[in-house]
Ligand binder design. Structure first.
Ligand code: AMP
Length: 393
């Protein structure tokens, strides 16, 4: 077990906290979704209420190691200020003399936001000198950015060399749920996998086959599986060269008594556009048609399996949910799961979480992960460097 924020005495201390303020911005630099800022509020308020001097750091976008005015954290500081009803001072850099001076002038309960860490190439390189400069700003380090815990950067791993460290409330909850589903899941355990990329998710399937009872496959990934079962997939997206891998997965699944379910019918179109002609077809997709969502029989079939489950983990939408005609499968499963009782539901970050948030069903799930890549790596059984680096209890 890792130390958490409640194990740390923050009163009168300079608390350096890594948050994930990598929010989406529109062309005018306005924040279009503030969920990531809100997600950090429990740790922030706890630290401030307990008399800490809070120094927040984050990255935003991909500035590639250079200053880019449009990727400044200024809009985040403003939003955070309005959410907290208190001044959040945004500094012009994240290291250097001016930053050190501003931190020296802090009083208990003050809050400062450092400028975008990735304006410095040293951040992603986990440069030890840069990490030391960051660490010198705090007395303790709190990791609350689950979305970057799978990266060994200066602000996630480097700073822990010099500071006592612990998980913030957000990371603590992520660890709690991912540990539960990977180490001690209630059974039956059903994993739903979708999305477009297949090769990326093979390590996850291989790791999870030891733990799950059912694997429901949807999204474009289903077509690579169906092709290897000699089904007609028309012009659907499919990854070549994976036939042997898919065979191996079916073999492993049967050894481990895991049932794999594939779509029995599909929503298809000839073009990927919102006003395309759409049809529902059975198992084999005709030539020139593209499978873009699971069909009604598949939804029904998958719901029967989900109804039995005590643990559900979902990674990847089961259709091209961004376009209305192909969002039905993802919406139907999300709604179905949201109504189940006595089941632990863990939703992987990224696309799956945004699909469910769009339907306002996030609060009906046991846990919505805030990290896409990080949640995938957790389910692959990998150790996340940003978590491994934190102090043990
Ligand atoms: P991934 O990053 O692999 O999880 O893929 C997520 C993307 O897969 C989302 O943008 C979905 O719209 C897309 N997707 C899901 N089903 C399909 C499909 N049948 N054909 C093409 N794209 C899909």
């Amino acid at each position: 077990m890792k130390k958490t924020l409640k194990d740390m005495d923050v009163s009168g201390k300079r608390v350096l906290m890594r948050a994930d303020f990598n929010v989406p911005l529109d062309e005018n630099g306005m924040i279009t979704d503030e969920a990531r800022i809100r997600a950090a509020l429990p740790s922030i308020t706890y630290i401030l209420e307990n008399g800490g001097k809070l120094i927040l750091m984050s990255h935003l976008g991909r500035p590639k190691g250079e200053f880019k005015a449009e990727l400044s954290l200024k809009p985040v500081a403003e939003k955070l200020s309005s959410l907290l009803g208190k001044e959040v001072k945004k500094l012009d850099d994240c290291v250097g003399e001016d930053v050190e001076e501003a931190v020296r002038g802090m009083k208990d309960g003050d809050i400062i936001l450092l400028e975008n860490l990735r304006f410095h190439p040293e951040e992603k390189k986990n440069d030890p000198v840069f990490a030391k400069q960051l660490a010198s700003l705090g007395d303790v380090f709190i990791e609350d950015a689950f979305g970057t815990c799978h990266r060994a950067h200066a602000s996630t791993v480097g700073v822990t060399k010099d500071l006592p460290s612990a998980a913030g409330f957000l990371v603590e909850k992520e660890i709690e749920y991912f540990e539960k589903v990977t180490k001690n899941p209630d059974k039956p355990f059903c994993l739903i996998l979708g999305g477009a990329k297949v090769a990326d998710k093979i390590p996850l399937i291989e790791n999870m086959l030891d733990k799950i009872d059912y694997l429901l496959i949807g999204g474009a990934m289903a077509y690579t599986f169906l092709k290897s079962r000699h089904k007609g997939i028309g012009a659907s997206r499919c990854e070549d060269g994976l036939a042997d891998t898919v065979d191996r997965i079916f073999k492993l699944a049967s050894e481990k008594k895991v049932s794999i379910f594939l779509p029995r019918d599909h929503i298809v179109a000839k073009e990927i556009k919102p006003d395309a002609e759409v049809r529902t077809v059975d198992e084999n997709i005709p030539d020139n048609w593209i499978g873009l969502d699971i069909g009604p029989k598949t939804i029904q079939n998958y719901e029967k399996v989900l109804e039995e489950a005590k643990t559900i983990v979902w990674n990847g939408p089961v259709g091209l949910f961004e376009m209305a005609p192909f969002s039905g499968g993802t919406c139907a499963l999300a709604e179905f799961i949201s109504k189940l009782d006595e089941v632990t539901t863990v939703i992987g970050g990224g696309d799956t979480a945004s699909a469910i948030n769009q339907m306002n069903l996030g609060n009906k799930m046991s846990h919505m992960s805030t990290g896409g890549g990080a949640s995938l790596e957790y389910l692959e059984g990998k150790e996340l460097p940003g978590i491994a680096a934190l102090d043990d209890e």
